[in-house]
Design a binder for this molecule. Structure first.
Ligand code: GLN
Ligand code: ZN
Length: 764
């Protein structure tokens, strides 16, 4: 039995590539220096996998920014506006990724989207009607040659396996900007891949991996036809290299039959996230002896140790159907941090439960040893692993469990119903029509960050830290009053991040020092880890909100992050279901909501910015696997408040139009969301669904320092009023203001208030 890795992280264990790229962008290092950094990282990663005994080692999984963008460049899908800059190739590449403003011209970046159900973002390729698809780069060949020679130097330990973004997935993700579509380009794209395969064959590639995660989505008959016709051609044209079709992030239930009949040399399936993968394989006919099953068994998306007893069970079932099995990662290890070695402060009691990318390599080789032994269940790696999973896990809290067990059905319903509450709240709050507000954070200026950093390092006392923030809050409230906003906020100066802040306040969370994961390009995130049962030891935000409230007669919004977003932006546990974990977080936030209410806060916002993020890739799984607990978790948070307390929620930067009924079912009183970039399309969907919740579609984009004019905001409001009753419309920016500077924020909010007043005056 052999081992395979689908892909390896590439940013560097200490984010070397990020820092080198940023230096290159600032023109502090040369192209050669940046390239040397890339080559060094690639060599390190290949050597590490070889030393760990991995048999199939990925290459061409490296990228200076993003693998889909690399594929676009490989296919010559470079829009004219970038080509016309006439810059060196890597600079054109970076212009597509990040935009360019300089002597050569001024172009915006290509769009960026979430890579399936991960927090990694890929660059969306654009194909214009006159794009001439042809083989236009040599990256895969160069990186294969480099990997091959590195491995030869290592005495041939491991086979270099070039990884390509598959043509089907590429075509499905691309944007066609003109009148042409996928079918107009499919043949050309396919023939480029045929050339790539033939060149790699000549160069000596034994195996070539085509990544086709798009196959785990809902597929139409047309999709299947496209997929089959592409690969019939590729498989028909190939010579000696073996072709591995690699899927991940789910199962291939819509096309398993097609995949098996096409004659791939290897088929890679995900047995971690693919809930039907095992059923598909064990229920189907035997694998032909010449087809290798690449079984994705070690989770490429989470950071916990693999449970060998479960994995060996699966392998035994698979062995009944396939003679040739390779054990591998469930997807690329891009989605996990590098190594526990960099976690210097983590105690052993915790450490033994984790496996980052490096440790997962070790797990693969241990699993191979277990499989090769005469009695796998007595093998030493197996028994050691079993004793870890059998021993009682620390971090569990009986009280939390009991509390969750006693949640009743009624706890998910807030009474009285929305229409009744709406009247009561209107009376209590006495706001004008089109009330104005913001999403929570105010600019996190350098002084705010410096104050927090100084407190963390112990350079200032808690008293000093708090007084500074109180001064900021006072200024913030004074500004909002002077400007004439209706529902005020305290500004969130105490928060580094909307999830990390709550993670730090909650019991059951732990934090890493260097467990960075690439989010896009040079940006990395360090998600907190849900370690055990989650609970709230004491109020987390009440003092700040209470202080802000004491400074004004206007309502001040209490500001919280919702349970689904907290969970989605953390590394979740695997020993309990997500649904159980989210309820624990929901109860903790519920306590905070009730404490805010008791402190006299009349409006409470519970942000669910990431609600959409872990929505299953297949529509048929949405309800059962996700919405059936995500929406109740939110309802549990606020169901205990009095009718006169107004609950807001906020969402941003994702597609909502297809989950409008679920959002309404969150039963908030008001929802604010990002809308200015999506051309207000969402309004039609709200209207079509008889959306009951009051709404604040953002009136300006907070991502740029640009100040929107009064007339422009007023025009947006008038357009909104065509679709939304005047009694239900709120006026607010798209999202929080923390990344903005103070001058543009103040100017924009003044205009926002002026526009609301202007349009109010036009209403009869
Ligand atoms: N309340 C948060 C803020 O204003 C919301 C952030 C977000 O939606 N991403 O910063
Ligand atoms: Zn937002």
């Amino acid at each position: 039995m052999k081992t395979s890795v689908v892909g390896f992280p590439r940013i560097g264990a200490l984010r070397e590539l990020k820092f080198a790229s940023e230096k290159y962008f600032r023109k502090e290092i040369s192209l050669q220096e940046l390239e040397a950094c890339g080559a060094d990282l690639r060599a390190r990663h290949i050597n590490e996998q070889s030393a760990a005994g991995i048999d199939f080692i990925p290459c061409n999984d490296f990228s200076f920014y993003d693998g889909v963008l690399d594929t676009a460049v490989l296919l010559n899908a470079v829009p004219a506006r970038y080509r016309d800059l006439n810059l060196p190739p890597l600079d054109i590449y970076f212009a597509m990724a990040r935009g360019y403003q300089g002597e050569a011209g001024d172009v915006k970046a290509l769009a960026m989207k979430k890579w399936f159900n991960t927090n990694y973002h890929y660059i969306v390729p654009e194909i214009e009607d006159d794009t001439e698809i042809k083989l236009a780069a040599t990256k895969p060949f160069e990186e294969f040659a480099e990997a091959k020679s590195l491995l030869e130097k290592n005495g041939g330990k491991g086979c270099a396996k070039p990884v390509l973004t598959g043509p089907f997935t590429f075509l499905k993700l691309a944007r066609f900007t003109g009148g042409k579509n996928i079918s107009d380009f499919a043949d050309d794209v396919t023939s480029v891949f045929i050339q790539v395969v033939s060149r790699l064959e000549k160069d000596g590639a034994l195996w070539i991996q085509f990544d086709e995660p798009a196959l785990v989505m809902d597929l139409t008959a047309g999709d299947k036809e496209l997929f089959c016709s592409i690969y019939r051609k590729i498989l028909g044209a190939k010579g000696g290299s073996k072709i591995l079709l690699q899927t991940y992030f789910g199962d291939v239930r819509d096309c398993y039959g097609e995949i098996r009949s096409l004659g791939f040399d290897g088929i890679g399936l995900d047995f971690v996230e693919g809930k039907k993968s095992l059923e598909l394989v064990s229920g189907g006919e035997n694998f032909p002896p010449e087809t290798v099953l690449f079984a994705g068994l070690v989770n490429g998306k989470n950071i916990w140790r693999n449970d060998y007893s479960k994995t060996i069970d699966i392998i035994e079932k698979l062995c009944k159907k396939a003679e040739n099995i390779v054990i591998g990662t469930s997807c690329s290890l891009l989605h996990v941090p590098y190594t526990l070695e960099n976690e210097k402060k983590m105690e052993d009691g915790y450490r033994k439960y984790f496996a980052f990318a490096s440790e997962k390599l070790k797990e693969l080789s241990e699993l191979r040893s277990i499989c090769q032994s005469d009695n796998p269940r007595l093998q030493e790696f197996y028994t050691a692993n079993k004793s870890l999973f059998d021993s009682p896990r620390p971090g569990l809290d009986e009280a939390v469990r009991n509390r969750c067990a006693s949640i009743k059905k009624e706890d998910f319903t807030r009474l009285p119903e929305f229409a009744v509450r709406e009247k009561i709240q209107k009376q209590r709050l006495n706001l004008p029509l089109l009330p104005t507000t913001t999403i929570g954070s105010f600019p996190q200026t350098p002084d705010v960050k410096a104050n927090r950093a100084a407190f963390r390092k112990g350079e200032i006392s808690e008293n000093q830290y708090v007084s500074f923030n109180r001064k900021k809050i006072a200024d913030c409230i004074a500004f909002q009053e002077k400007t004439g906003l209706d529902v005020l906020v305290h500004g969130e100066y105490e928060r580094n991040d909307m999830v990390e802040y709550f993670g730090e306040c909650l019991d059951g969370y732990i934090f890493t020092e260097r467990a960075w994961v690439q989010s896009y390009g040079t940006r990395c995130v360090k998600p907190p880890v849900v370690w055990g049962d989650v609970s709230r030891a004491k109020p987390m935000t009440v003092v700040w909100s209470q202080y802000a409230k004491s400074l004004t007669a206007k309502p001040v919004k209490g500001m919280l992050t919702g349970p689904v977003t907290i969970l989605n932006w953390s590394f979740p546990r695997e020993d309990i279901a997500l649904k159980d974990c989210v309820m624990q977080i929901a109860l903790a936030i519920r306590d905070e909501v009730l404490d805010l209410e008791a402190a006299g806060i009349s409006v409470i916002q519970i942000d669910e910015a990431a609600l959409r993020e872990k929505l299953p890739l297949r529509k048929s799984d949405w309800q059962e696997d996700y919405l059936s607990w995500a929406i109740p978790a939110f309802r549990l948070v606020h169901s205990g408040v009095k009718p006169e307390t107004q609950i807001h929620t906020h969402m941003c930067y994702s597609e909502f139009t297809d989950i409008i009924p679920a959002i309404d079912d969150m039963d908030a009183d008001v929802i604010t969301f990002e809308a200015s970039r999506s051309d207000l399309q969402i309004l039609d969907a709200l209207k079509a669904n008889n959306f009951k919740t009051e709404v604040g579609p953002g009136v300006y984009d907070i991502h740029s320092p640009r100040v929107p004019s009064v007339e422009e905001i007023a025009a947006a409001l008038r357009k909104m009023l065509e679709k939304i009753p005047e009694g239900k419309l709120w006026v607010n920016p798209d999202c929080g203001l923390k990344t903005r500077g103070t001058p543009e924020t103040e100017a924009s909010l003044k205009n926002l208030v002026a526009a609301a007043r202007l349009v109010r005056g036009e209403l009869k």
